[in-house]
Design a protein around this ligand. Structure first.
Ligand code: FES
Length: 105
């Protein structure tokens, strides 16, 4: 079973940016690369725990602010060294102005 958790209002996240949100005891990077596309990944780089939600979002790639690894926010895939393992990616739903993330229970 999965649970949906409301994490933000759509106006909280500028287009082209990521913000850090908390849901179900997790810290997530909520990303909005373009107006109507939303993604959520763990806010913890698999290389050394860098805060991905504070990184630069460029298209679908977010750069870890600690050592510069790139991750695909759509899948969580690690695209460049020094990260080699993916982060978890979560489904995001928008209903009206409310943004929800689906988390495993
Ligand atoms: S902690 Fe993210 S690249 Fe090192």
């Amino acid at each position: 079973m999965a649970m949906r958790v409301r994490v933000a209002d759509s106006g909280d996240v500028p287009v082209g940016k990521a913000v850090v949100v908390h849901a179900g005891g997790r810290r997530l990077a909520l990303c909005r690369p373009i107006e109507d596309e939303w993604y959520a990944i763990d806010d913890m780089c698999t290389h050394d725990g860098g805060p991905l939600g504070e990184g630069e979002l460029s298209g679908y790639e977010i750069e870890c602010p600690r050592h510069g690894a790139l991750f695909d926010v759509r899948t969580g895939e690690a695209l460049t060294l020094p990260a080699t393992r993916p982060v978890n990616a979560y489904k995001v739903y928008v209903e009206g102005n409310e943004v929800f993330v689906e988390l495993p229970e």
